[in-house]
Ligand binder design. Structure first.
Ligand SMILES: *Cc1c(COP(=O)(O)O)cnc(C)c1O
Ligand code: SF4
Length: 344
């Protein structure tokens, strides 16, 4: 067994185990864990300083997950956009392929909360890969799940090799939170394998500066040294990172570990995650605290994934105003500058 597999085995999956380490009302959480599984890796557990902190909130169940509200299990209509089970084809030129049903740590705010770690996504891998091979418009595939890096190197390589052979598939992306939650998953052997399938991109998900540790930095360095460009998709989470100073620190620190901020995601309207929601105004204030105030490279897009699977929509603070024939630009300090536009 590899060390990362041992780490997974040593993860905490019951509220009783957690109650042995922290003082909190474990009884209240038992029903939540029965509905939505919990798994906290030893590494992620070590980042918790106290109950209720930004690390805790991401990994420990909350009674509010069982709230009955208007939120939906699949607000992005991913099932409806799947020509083959486990393959989501929403945009013209790219698809998401769900290759794994598990994650190292179950994020409480997960978009696929109702599938990941639960009933499982019945991906028909052969048919999904055939679909990509038979659809020349698809030039980009995002491997997701669950977490693709919870597959063994061998199984992952078999999938990558099949995809890599498809002539019209120009790039492969892997979405994985293991650099954050299970950094020892990133091994020299894995990197040697991955680098054969370039152009390959990895997008990870750091949500708080405290998740950037020596171990996660080492994992990212190893991937970057294999020539893999690393992007980051942060989820904007109430009680975790919905604060301009925290978010700026996170974005800046990501660049120091060679990870380029790509998206900040507004929370999707997923049943069981409503307590993480923030207003769009909060998100706009965070973006206003980034653009111009720090490196452009530390400034990702803030996106709302439009309900119903209508696509990601970037939301930007108002930098532009038209008054008569004039274009007025508002810079990051709030100063208004006139820009002479032309017709055509
Ligand atoms: C996010 C997403 C993609 C990839 O979108 P990019 O903006 O290219 O990163 C593709 N398909 C689906 C269904 C998605 O949700
Ligand atoms: S790593 Fe991604 S897929 Fe897995 S639980 Fe977290 S948000 Fe969901």
């Amino acid at each position: 067994m590899e060390p990362w597999q041992k780490s997974l085995e040593q993860s905490i999956t019951t509220t009783e185990e957690l109650a042995g380490r922290f003082a909190f009302d474990a009884e209240q959480l038992r029903a939540v864990v029965q509905r939505y599984p919990m798994r906290i890796t030893p590494h992620y557990l070590s980042l918790i300083e106290e109950p209720g902190d930004p690390i805790w909130r991401q990994c420990v169940p909350d009674p509010r997950e069982l709230a009955t509200d208007e939120l939906l299990p699949d607000p992005l209509n991913e099932a409806g956009l799947s020509p083959v089970p486990g393959l989501i084809h929403r945009y013209p030129d790219r698809v998401v392929l769900l290759v794994s049903t598990t994650c190292a740590m179950y994020c409480r705010f997960c978009l696929r909360k109702h599938q990941v770690g639960c009933v499982g996504i019945a991906t028909d891998l052969d048919r999904a890969i055939d679909y990509i091979a038979e659809t020349p418009a698809v030039r980009d595939v995002v491997l997701s799940g669950g977490d693709p890096l919870l597959l063994s190197d061998d199984l992952l390589e078999r999938i990558l090799a099949r995809l890599h052979k498809i002539p019209h598939l120009e790039i492969i992306r892997i979405g994985s939170r293991t650099p954050v939650t299970l950094p020892d998953r990133i091994t020299p052997e894995l990197c040697r394998m991955l680098r054969q399938y370039h152009p390959l991109y990895v997008n990870t998900q750091f949500n708080h500066p405290r998740e950037i540790t020596a171990a996660s930095a080492a994992a990212c360095t190893m991937l970057a040294d294999a020539g893999i460009q690393l992007g980051n998709q942060t989820v904007l989470l109430k009680g975790v990172n919905a604060d301009p100073a925290v978010m700026k620190q996170l974005m800046q620190r990501l660049l120091t570990i060679r990870v380029r901020p790509y998206y900040i995601h507004q929370m999707d309207l997923v049943q069981g995650t409503g307590h993480f929601r923030t207003s769009v105004e909060t998100g706009l204030a965070i973006m206003g605290g980034l653009r111009g105030h720090t490196s452009g490279m530390a400034t990702p897009y803030y996106v709302i994934d439009a309900p119903g699977g209508k696509g990601k929509v970037p939301i930007v603070p108002e930098f532009l105003e038209r008054r008569g024939g004039k274009l007025l630009l508002r810079n990051y300090l709030g100063e208004v500058i006139e820009y002479p536009d032309i017709d055509g």
